[in-house]
Design a protein around this ligand. Structure first.
Ligand code: MCN
Ligand code: CUM
Length: 798
């Protein structure tokens, strides 16, 4: 791989053919995945294992009058039927959410959303459990539901959270950021102001593997093992210990292969708790695995931000201020998955890539009779919503001023020399070159050509219109630092432990947990780079709280920024010790030993022929260790990042809009990303492709919808539409490299960039096809009928 560091770095990286930084190493984990040897929760089978099926409420809002278990218990093979009353004995009837709300594990009194967990049937096999579940008779007193955030805040709305003392309405929380007064002043005096309301609709992360758990209590060891679909095994163990009272060292959480997380597997769900509790009580393994519709209807949803955006600018397009107000739907419980001190996630990054002096944002969140959420879906904690807001608003402003949307961005970008840059809402951007990424994207997209073609079609009154959309987004990933970011009080650091074995290969254990991102390969690459080892000689382990160092898990694209840094720092600690051993082996003074990144060997300074490899050093560490050192060769690092990292990019989308049908076709899709120094370009490209597909799903298809009775009408894959290969165009990816100045290997995260950055580019493109006729916004998902209505409104339909 070519060296592409692009800036001053603590260390230089270029692969050297051993599978280090920058090499397209094929994914190690794929061997087992493509040969059908993956090991997911549902693959794990234990002797005498029981199965759990959850009885769910058909109503969105209802008081439970009675639960009759008797007919279920009569079913041959049904072992137990659990309700909240049974869990209460063990103090497990409720559990805390990640935002310290109290959620029923099984409904205590009142159902608050359709498909909420009411009872659990444990049986000898899954089918019997299901039969049993159908025979549990629940008497409901049905109440009026409210599934819309705006309606839920009206005076006459039914009260959802009567379990919270003193709660008199459905108001959940308020939040604000920036300077309200200063912003209002700028708006009053500005030449131009624009305003637009936009809904970031409710989405579902839709991992291929649904959520599941296998509780396995061993009375002999008095130890509870829970195999579960977890993006964050350690923090889940801590929460399990706190909730159950079982000492933490008597709990082991194992997150085996995970078939996609996308944020869905960050929270703790009632099913996990029920499987674990049932196993503890019955002293037998108990497995619970969701069905698809259960996953869509009851686990954490994403987004559901109804946003108003405003910009104030000068006549020539200099943006002076941004203001936003949000109505957030939090569902029945405040179960948002994000750092505890950030009730609106990192939404305050809404000034985006622009040097805007003044900003104000406010938000109100409401409870509704819908599944609890505000989780993820490749979002970096609400950055998705923030980026959508600012990138849409920049387009609205450009149209108002009759400016080219690329030009107006260029005019307002934070300049490379302004970094580190502090935003008006208090965020410290580490590095960026926004114009560089935009220029590259414009060139790749053949921008000028498409602008001409667009005008030609307008002039000739063509049947299809052309639209060109741009998004120049800034992401923020890599939470901590621990002082500002925590989950339930635990600081958001991360960790890596390296053990080099006597024969010269190594085991690396990390505190993060892959769900498909390729960590078994990329973490090995970091260590290979830093120790001069071959990537094939390194095994990466994760997802087992008994063996891995404590970490906060994989979400918010934090694995590379935090655990990746830990892996580099731990490697460098090993390297330091290796120098002492090398000195001993080479009979030289330790200060005279230097390490050559190119060859991966340790030399005596000035005598290049006197060198030694890490394999020889490993042998020395165990077979001939110097008296100044302990035997062995290992190190651990817990890394608390000084700051987050700010990846960015420019996406350009060209669409054709059919004036007769409202159908949208992708003509061109260019994505230029900058995630600092790159570990594995091929894996990055895979991440980008996957995230762009999800961005297309967001913009064009996906929406969890409800009817007035609170029924989920988008609760299965017939109604919740995911993009397939048929809807996905050919992506053209490019990159620039602007290293993070504070990260040990200059890397930033990348996993969420494409989902964060692409929806506004796509919407901007569709709007752009109609903006000459006065259209300023099209709501997502941009189904043909939605687009056609806009065409019709603008007099463009044929
Ligand atoms: N990478 C790299 N060089 C960089 C940055 C990243 O080679 N400069 C590589 C990493 O080594 C890693 C991958 O890219 O293998 C993603 O790294 P990172 O950006 O650190 O993100 P995480 O590993 O923390 O993954 C989380 C992110 C999130 S939050 C969601 S949601 C998401 C995503 O990743 N879920 C995924 N991508 C996913 N991909 C798959 N296949 N499955 C999911 O569930
Ligand atoms: Cu925001 S989805 Mo990911 O953080 O697991």
């Amino acid at each position: 791989a070519e060296a592409e560091d692009g800036g001053p770095q603590p260390e230089k990286h270029c692969g050297h053919g051993r599978g280090g930084m920058g090499e397209d190493v094929k994914r190690k984990e794929d061997q087992r995945f493509i040969t059908g040897r993956g090991n997911y929760v549902d693959d794990i089978k234990k002797p005498d294992m029981l199965h759990c099926e959850i009885v769910r409420s058909p109503h969105a809002h209802a008081r439970i009058e009675n639960i009759d278990k008797s007919r279920a218990l009569d079913v041959d093979g049904v072992v137990a039927v659990l309700t909240a009353d049974d869990l209460r004995e063990y103090d497990l009837a409720t559990m805390p959410t990640l935002m310290a709300d109290t959620q029923d594990v099984l409904v205590n009194d009142k159902v608050k959303f359709q498909s909420q967990e009411v009872a659990a049937v444990i049986a000898t096999d899954r089918y019997t459990a299901k039969d049993g579940a159908q025979k549990v008779v629940v008497d409901y007193d049905v109440l009026e539901p409210v599934v819309d955030a705006e309606e839920s805040l009206e005076d006459d709305a039914p009260l959802i959270r009567d379990d919270i003392e003193g709660q008199e309405d459905n108001h959940c929380l308020d939040w604000e950021t920036g300077d309200e007064e200063a912003t209002a002043e700028v708006f009053e005096e500005a030449d131009v102001t624009v305003k637009e309301q936009m809904l970031y609709q409710r989405l579902h992360p839709a991992p291929i593997e649904t959520c599941g758990a296998l509780g396995d209590y061993d009375p002999g060891k008095d130890k509870l093992t829970v195999h579960m679909t977890s993006q964050a095994p350690h923090i889940h163990r801590t929460l399990f210990a706190q909730v159950s009272g079982i000492p933490e060292h008597k709990i082991r959480i194992v997150s085996p292969d995970v078939g996609g997380g996308f944020g869905n597997k960050v929270p703790i769900y009632p099913g996990y708790v029920v499987a674990a509790a049932a196993s503890y009580v019955l002293e037998q393994p108990v497995k619970w695995v969701e069905e698809r519709s259960e996953n869509i209807q009851s686990t954490g949803f994403a987004r559901d931000y109804d946003m108003t955006g405003e910009l104030a600018a000068t006549d020539d397009g200099e943006i002076l201020a941004v203001r936003t107000d949000v109505l957030a739907d939090h569902g029945a419980y405040n179960a948002v998955a994000q750092p505890s001190k950030f009730p609106a996630g990192f939404f305050n990054i809404f000034t985006g890539s622009y040097d805007i002096d003044t900003a104000y944002g406010s938000l109100t969140a409401a409870y509704t009779n819908t599944a609890p959420g505000g989780v993820a879906y490749r979002c970096s904690f609400r950055v998705t919503e923030a980026v959508y807001l600012i990138e849409r608003m920049v387009k609205v402003l450009a149209d108002e001023l009759g400016m080219d949307p690329a030009e107006i961005r260029r005019k307002n970008f934070i300049q490379p020399e302004q970094f580190p840059y502090e935003s008006p809402t208090g965020w410290n951007y580490d590095s960026g070159d926004y114009e560089g990424a935009l220029d590259k994207a414009l060139e790749m997209a053949d921008y000028d050509h498409y602008r001409e073609e667009q005008q030609r079609r307008i002039d000739e009154d063509a049947d299809t219109l052309l639209g060109i959309g741009i998004s120049s987004f800034t992401e923020v990933v890599g939470a901590g630092p621990g002082k500002t970011c925590d989950i339930a009080g635990v600081e958001m650091f991360d960790s890596a432990e390296i053990r080099v074995h006597p024969t010269g290969n190594a085991t690396v254990r990390v505190g993060v947990q892959t769900q498909g991102q390729g960590h078994e390969t990329t973490f090995a690459q970091i260590v290979a780079e830093e120790l001069g080892m071959d990537v094939d000689d390194i095994t990466v382990e994760h997802g087992d709280t008994d063996t891995d160092p404590y970490g906060l898990g994989t979400y918010g694209s934090r694995s590379t920024p935090v655990a990746g840094a830990a892996a580099a720092v731990a490697s460098r600690k090993v390297r330091e010790k290796a120098k002492a051993i090398a000195a001993n082996e080479l009979e030289a003074a330790e200060e005279d030993i230097t390490w050559d990144r190119e060859t991966g060997e340790f030399h005596v300074a000035g005598a290049p022929d006197r060198s030694i490899t890490i394999t020889e050093i490993a042998a020395g560490a165990y077979m001939n260790h110097p008296s100044s050192e302990e035997p062995g060769l290992e190190a651990v690092n817990y890394y608390d990042p000084p700051e987050m990292t700010y990846p960015f990019g420019s996406y350009i989308v060209v669409v054709e809009v059919d004036r007769e049908t409202g159908e949208v076709e992708f003509e061109k899709f260019v994505a230029v990303d900058d995630c600092g120094n790159r570990i594995n370009p091929m894996i990055i490209e895979g991440q980008i492709h996957g995230g762009l597909a999800q961005g297309i799903g967001t913009a064009m298809l996906e929406h969890v919808t409800f009817d007035d009775n609170g029924n989920v009408t988008g609760g299965d894959f017939m109604n919740y539409l995911l993009p397939t290969s048929m809807e996905i165009p050919n992506f053209e990816t490019g990159h620039t490299v602007t290293p993070s100045p504070h990260h040990p290997i200059g890397a930033k995260g990348v996993g969420e960039s494409p989902t964060v950055g692409s929806p506004p580019a796509i919407v901007n493109a569709v709007v752009d096809a109609m903006s000459h006729a006065g259209i300023t916004h099209v709501e997502m998902p941009m189904t043909p009928d939605t687009v056609w209505e806009k065409l019709d409104e603008a007099g463009l339909s044929t």
